[in-house]
Design a protein around this ligand. Structure first.
Ligand code: ADP
Ligand code: ZN
Length: 733
């Protein structure tokens, strides 16, 4: 009988437990293959009639019929998963109450991990001009011309260009497309961490020194790096990256928005003389496979990307930067519900890395952690150079005269006109996509709703369609009312970014207007190009949604007009004040750079609302203190804990009944001093035809919420078609 030779190594035939990405709630036993295997090895194993991918998780459990245990099929040719990574996945699963298989799926998001790479070909632009051109051929060549990089697999190329593989093959024959073996082990160019960066100001230098000191220790620590937009936070954390690279360790920078990546990659290239690895859903599969492999072997020193990059198999991670740490997009809202900010802290604590949370308007959580001394805090007080913070003023909409269907007040209009005359840019901000949030029939009074969701269909006039923002369902804009069939009586209610554009075109007929809304761009690249054109002066007036609030630099912009500053304050969400404060500060921060002072004007019906006042005075510390006080009094996060449960089904009554049962049997929850609220219909009570019932668990800080919830839900056997999702630390409720 084979024996374990040393810890973590299994001889051929030894019993090993393997975690697969299949939805099973346990690991499975196999026998180690010929040549043995190490703990953490990526393997292919038989499961029923199929072959699936898995990771050797430890010694076999031996708790089922030993004679039926099958051998591992083969060990895959990638670096084994490190113990620290396995520990990270285990803890993250426990924290988020996620099955291990789902965690492993997150960590192996490089498709084709199991395919022999030699089987794969990639396609790039060739030299020859094809003698004959067709639309399909043109599309293929356009795709290749616009994204060079790592090339495309055949499937990717066909999908992107919307053609069949025969079109590509024809172009290969004509020499217009080159077919090559996929690059397997191509390391990323080395970054030169010894190149001098910009000369830092005294403030910036001392901030950089403090963070670099942490990086040098190779121990865990988190620093909140707070500073207004333009204060040089990026310059400062790039110094920390340099320090980390000089130590020979890897660094990860997370950004909230793919569109921001391009600008950041250029800065990295300027700073370190080469481009880092770029990870997000816009990156080709071939490139992702390469990154996944290189990160594990140390062939990628710096990764810049979206939240899922946190699950890459870094060989030696020394620094994680979360830029715009307060941003809501760090919370993954479907599948595994995790917050990349919190998971970064967990991961860093396991691998002796530093975390830098950078923001102009930190989340209350991070602010409170700094107050409590759990995080270090470094502040950059002024903007770099002579640029001033924008002057902030309210426009009291109760005193402005506006025609119906118009939203730009006379005061704001005069300010925009002044900028137009001076050749400066203005931004009108409204956080609503589409033309109008609601479409009503003037004949019967019915609102057009989605058939599958309790939500309005939103008119997108540029697309000439109605779109449900919940499920994505779209249909052509009807010319008569779907309910009463009256013709020509459908009316838009309220403003969206497209309607505001229409108003601006009428009011400022000579202005060059650019509308920025995520749905108006087919790709991150198209958006990036548009932003670059605008930044270079290609527009006089920008009309935008939340998209423009995030980090883009518009050097000519001197005026920001917020169309409806009250919008986020409606509703009962606990974070409404915090979010509005952050968003308004961020948007306003777009105005004024370098030698041009900026102005931000907030149209509001409640200029004396405490949040609006806090935004106007800009006294952040006072705002946070007040907000912290409110939350503390209610024992709400971060001074208490919440978990949200959503039970969904096509059967509304049954979902409510099960929810009521759960709430009645809440012993495990009460045992930790926590409470169950609900059940109640979720804020959007139906999505994609599924009714949603919500329960909320509210617990004292420090209470073992996950354990209690696991015990509470343990006996629950859900009928078919029912789904239950548990959201630890929900973002909204
Ligand atoms: P933040 O990340 O806080 O918004 P950035 O790091 O992007 O600020 O800095 C804002 C602008 O000022 C950038 O264009 C940056 O290159 C420039 N800048 C900041 N600090 C310096 C410095 N010490 N020397 C030269 N330029 C700087
Ligand atoms: Zn819908």
């Amino acid at each position: 009988m084979a024996s374990v030779r040393e810890p973590g190594y299994f001889d051929e035939g030894a019993l090993v437990s393997v975690l697969t990405t299949q939805p099973l709630d346990r690991t499975l036993d196999y026998r180690a293959p010929e040549g043995g295997c190490v703990e953490g090895a990526f393997v292919q194993v038989p499961l029923g009639p199929r072959q699936v991918m898995g990771v050797v998780w430890g010694p076999g459990r031996g708790d089922f019929d030993i004679s039926r245990v099958r051998p591992v099929t083969r060990v895959l040719n990638v670096a084994p998963m490190r113990e620290e990574m396995r520990e990270f996945l285990t803890r993250a699963a426990a924290y988020t109450l996620t099955p291990m298989a789902a965690m492993l799926r997150l960590a192996t998001r490089a498709p084709g991990l199991t395919d022999p790479p030699s089987m794969r070909k990639i396609y790039r632009l060739g030299d020859a001009e094809p003698a004959r051109m067709t639309d399909a051929r043109t599309r293929v060549l356009d795709v290749l011309a616009s994204h060079g990089g790592a090339g495309f697999t055949l499937k990717e190329l066909c999908d992107e260009a919307g053609t069949s593989s025969s079109v590509v093959k024809g172009l290969v024959q004509a020499g217009a497309v080159r077919e090559e073996a996929a690059p397997r082990d191509v390391a990323f160019p080395r970054l030169d961490s010894h190149r001098p960066g910009k000369a830092l100001t005294e403030d910036q230098q001392s901030a950089a020194d403090r963070i670099a000191e942490g990086v040098r220790t190779e121990r865990y620590g988190t620093t909140l790096l707070r500073g207004v937009t333009g204060s040089g936070k990026t310059e400062v954390y790039l110094e920390a990256v340099a320090q980390c690279l000089r130590k020979g360790r890897q660094a990860l920078v997370l950004l909230p928005e793919i569109a921001l990546t391009a600008e950041f990659l250029n800065r990295v290239e300027q700073r370190f003389g080469a481009r880092p690895a770029e990870w997000h859903h816009g990156v080709t599969m071939t490139e992702r496979r390469r990154i996944w492999k290189m990160v594990g072997q140390g062939g990628a020193e710096l990764v810049v990307g979206a939240r899922s990059a946190l699950f890459l198999p870094f060989r030696d991670l020394g620094l994680i930067v979360i830029d715009e740490e307060h941003d809501g997009s760090y919370k993954q809202e479907d599948g595994v519900l995790y917050n990349a900010r919190d998971m970064s802290v967990l991961r860093a604590s396991l691998c002796g890395a530093q975390v830098v949370l950078a923001s102009a308007t930190p989340s209350l959580e991070s602010w409170a952690n700094a107050e409590a001394g759990k995080y270090a805090r470094v502040d950059l007080e002024s903007r770099f150079g002579d640029s001033l913070l924008p002057e902030m003023k309210a426009i009291d909409m109760r005193k402005e005269r506006l025609e119906t269907g118009r939203w730009v007040s006379p005061t704001l209009r005069a300010q925009v006109e002044e900028r137009l005359a001076n050749g400066e840019q203005s931004l009108l901000f409204i956080n609503r996509r589409g033309y109008a949030p609601v479409t009503l029939c003037r004949a019967c009074g019915e609102q057009i709703n989605c058939e599958h969701c309790d939500a309005a269909m939103v008119e997108h006039r540029f697309l000439k369609r109605l779109v449900c923002h919940q499920c994505g369902e779209t249909r052509p804009m009807p010319d008569k009312c779907p309910s009463c069939e009256a013709e020509g009586r459908l009316a838009p209610i309220g403003p969206g970014v497209e309607r505001l554009t229409e108003e601006a075109q009428a009011v400022f007929p000579d202005a060059r207007i650019a509308t920025l809304s995520s749905d108006l761009f087919s790709s991150a690249r198209a958006l990036k190009e548009r932003i670059e054109t605008i930044a270079a002066g290609g527009a006089d007036l920008i009309i935008g949604t939340q998209l423009v609030a995030k980090g883009h630099n518009f050097p000519l912009l001197t005026l920001v007009g917020v169309i409806d500053a009250d919008l986020g304050l409606q509703g009962s969400d606990l974070r409404a004040a915090e979010r509005t404060f952050q968003l308004m500060r961020q948007v306003s921060g777009r105005a004024g750079r370098a030698d041009r002072p900026g102005t931000a004007l907030l149209q509001t019906h409640q200029p004396d609302h405490p949040v609006i006042r806090a935004i106007l005075t800009g006294n952040e510390e006072t705002f946070w203190q007040a907000e912290a006080e409110t939350r503390r009094a209610m024992e709400m996060p971060p001074y208490g804990r919440l978990a949200g449960l959503v039970l969904s089904s096509t059967d509304a009554a049954e979902a409510m009944r099960i929810g009521t049962e759960l709430a009645r049997h809440d012993g495990a929850i009460r045992a930790i001093g926590a409470q169950v609220f609900g059940p109640a219909p979720a804020p959007i009570a139906r999505i994609r035809g599924r009714h949603r019932v919500r329960l909320l668990v509210k617990a004292p800080k420090g209470a073992p919420v996950q354990d209690a919830i696991a015990r509470w839900l343990g006996p629950l056997a859900l009928p078919k078609d029912f789904r239950l999702s548990v959201d630890i630390d929900p973002q909204s409720f």
